[in-house]
Ligand binder design. Sequence first.
Ligand SMILES: [Zn+2]
Length: 77
Amino acid sequence: MIDVNEVVKNLTTDDIKEIMTSIGGENYIEHKNEIIFPTICHNHYAEDGSHKLYYYKNSKLFVCYTCCGTFNIAKLL
Ligand SMILES: [Zn+2]
């Protein structure tokens, strides 16, 4: 059986960017420690979202500063 949390832990930053691009988050801003995506977590269309969805490379967690809170990539998909 596949452990989702184990898979998430092994994803690289490049994997995250690839996944996010494939679900409409290609318009991101990358910094040293985090990547800022449009808030595709609660906006159906990326162009409706502001850049308030942060991905932290160290913790491998997303934080939506509008409403959704903290979650990993598995929850987002
Ligand atoms: Zn959100």
